[in-house]
Design a protein around this ligand. Structure first.
Ligand SMILES: [Zn+2]
Length: 121
């Protein structure tokens, strides 16, 4: 009769949190993506612990996605944040470059201008 079944075929998935890269829309388990949060001050920072409070958005490890997210303002849209300051953009890209340096760990990063795990200024 008038009863609406919420789930057609009882797919009660014990759900592994899947996150979506805001640039390429690829989904992955939480660990495969990098979380970014909007701070109360309105900056967007990398959440290295994945546990910071606040609205979060995810990016995969693809450098192109970081570029795209910043250029297309996908981060701001996703986080409902103010437009990123050039300094904030710089910090995010510096973080991402740090990851690249860590991944290709033969190229000993001589660009030690910024520490990847210290994104705050
Ligand atoms: Zn991506």
């Amino acid at each position: 009769m008038g009863q609406v079944a919420h789930k057609p075929d009882g797919t009660r998935t014990k759900h592994v949190p899947q996150r979506t890269c805001i640039a390429c829309r690829r989904t992955d388990a939480k660990r495969g993506l990098i979380r970014l949060v909007r701070t109360p001050e309105g900056r967007i920072e990398v959440d290295t612990t994945g546990k910071r409070n606040g609205r979060g958005a995810y990016l995969c490890h693809d450098l192109a996605c970081w570029d795209a997210a910043i250029k297309r303002r996908a981060l701001e849209r996703s986080l409902r944040a103010e437009p990123l300051t050039p300094e904030n953009q710089h910090d995010l890209l510096a973080y991402r470059r740090g990851l690249t340096a860590a991944e290709t760990h033969g190229a000993n990063a001589d660009t030690a201008e910024e520490l990847p795990h210290d994104v705050r200024v």
